[in-house]
Design a protein around this ligand. Structure first.
Ligand code: ADP
Ligand code: ASP
Ligand code: MG
Length: 416
């Protein structure tokens, strides 16, 4: 007997028919004797619908009330799934995040889970109940409902799997695993049987929304066995592994991720002296805005241009902050561009193999694509480009790194 946490995303619970299909899948595992905790998203499109509704009422709605509103999407699906399980003769109970003590900080809209007391779930499981939990939501220490950021149901599932020491956390979605690139953008993308946790973390944080980044972080921290698979045609999917193969067997690049969610801000001509970077970035992070890439160029005249990228949703706020501090920093001007995209190539094979950057930049140059910003980590290279070249950039990189062929192995040996 195993304990599984299974998460079903929006398209997997899009209507009554899909919810019945989920119930059949859950019932099968339960009847095989497994303990089942199911985490659900809202029906696909529902979170967007609710956000648009809020926008019609108030263009800058209070964040607490927005969370109160958007958290309702998940309450609909959990109740319906519990009913569908009852209909199959299975004892099941649905719970909101607060009801199963998913405690978060109080940053509405992007709250972080700080603690889970899984006792209530354990008691239900001992009584042979299926526990159905609303994804994406928690409560702060004053009992206010919070939400975990878009795609946050993945994080609910992995965090619950960690708290319950589950045997596996299965993320059921509308693709049958993790691919070398988003298959909706790159038709030649290939499904991977396995991917290392580190690579998955880099792909997710670079925009591959198949898993929310926080969920991969949780999986890494608590060593949660994690699998991504399709709810439409369940197969073995992709396993996120913690083992590192020997570098000779690693493909050079495992995947490509992209993000259209980029905006660039530059504060031009600030004096080049200690403390300037922190004066610029402090108010941005105080507004809970995640800064991604940072570049600083020092000119001959003793001033510096400071450029960084933020998510598009935070563009206006960031620009306002920069404009409000520009004068006190003696800056010449603030430049801003919202039409940016980021493409990243990821692979642990990079560690032991030089030349990845050269291949990447060459492939982009051949298509006439200008690179605006570059950043690297041990296993990732990211470039920011004009977003109108995004698809072309992805296709040329997928080809340049031979990701469409099963066997882009640096030893020339075919991958299994
Ligand atoms: P869910 O509603 O089930 O959470 P999401 O839309 O959040 O589903 O995530 C699944 C989507 O992630 C896929 O439909 C696919 O378009 C996208 N995606 C992006 N990158 C990848 C990748 N490398 N492999 C698989 N899917 C990816
Ligand atoms: N319903 C939320 C969203 O659309 C959470 C999720 O689906 O994971 O972002
Ligand atoms: Mg998702």
């Amino acid at each position: 007997m195993s304990l599984f946490v299974e998460k079903y995303g929006g398209t997997s619970v899009a209507d009554a028919e899909r919810i019945n299909a989920v119930a059949d899948n859950v019932a099968k595992s339960h009847q095989q004797g497994h303990q089942m905790v199911v985490v659900l998203s809202a029906m696909s499109g529902e979170t967007n619908r609710l956000l648009a509704l809020a926008d019609q009422i108030h263009p800058d709605a209070d964040a607490r009330e927005v969370d109160m509103l958007v958290s309702t999407g998940e309450q609909v699906t959990i109740a319906l799934l519990a009913m569908a399980l009852h209909h199959r003769g299975i004892d099941a109970r649905s719970y909101t995040g607060g009801q199963v003590n998913i405690l978060t900080d109080n940053v509405y809209g992007k709250a972080r889970i700080v603690d889970i007391d899984a006792q209530r779930i354990r008691t239900d499981l001992e009584q042979n109940r299926v526990v159905v939990v609303a994804g994406f939501q928690g409560v702060d220490n004053e009992g206010n409902i919070t939400t975990l950021g878009r795609g946050g149901s993945d994080t609910t599932a992995v965090a619950l799997a960690a708290a319950l020491s589950a045997d596996e956390c299965k993320i059921y979605t509308d693709v049958d695993g993790v691919y070398t690139c988003d298959p909706r953008i790159e038709p030649n993308a290939r499904r991977l049987d396995k991917i290392t946790f580190e690579e998955m973390l880099e792909l997710a944080s670079s925009g591959a929304k198949v898993l929310q980044t926080r969920s991969v972080e949780f999986a890494g921290k608590y060593r949660v066995p994690l699998r991504v698979l399709s709810s439409f045609a369940p197969d073995q999917g992709t396993l996120i592994t913690f083992e590192e193969n020997s570098s000779m067997e690693q493909p050079l690049i495992s995947g490509i991720a992209y993000s259209k969610d980029e905006a660039k801000l530059t504060i031009v001509g600030v004096p080049d002296e200690p403390g300037v970077a922190s004066k610029i970035l402090e108010p941005i992070s105080a507004a809970h805005i995640n800064i991604d890439m940072i570049v600083q160029n020092v000119g001959d005249d003793g001033t510096t241009d400071f450029t960084f990228t933020v998510p598009r949703a935070d563009f206006e706020t960031s620009r306002n902050i920069l404009e409000s501090i520009a004068k006190s920093l003696l800056a010449k001007e603030v430049r801003a561009d919202i039409n940016m995209a980021k493409v990243s190539v990821v692979g642990v094979g990079m560690r032991s193999h030089a030349g990845v950057a050269t291949t990447m930049f060459k492939a982009l140059a051949q298509e006439g694509i200008n690179i605006i910003l570059i950043s690297t980590s041990e296993i990732k290279i990211s470039v920011v480009i004009d977003d109108k070249y995004l698809e072309l950039a992805i296709r040329s990189l997928h080809k340049a790194f031979q990701l469409d062929e099963s066997g882009n192995d640096i030893t020339g040996k075919k991958q299994q």
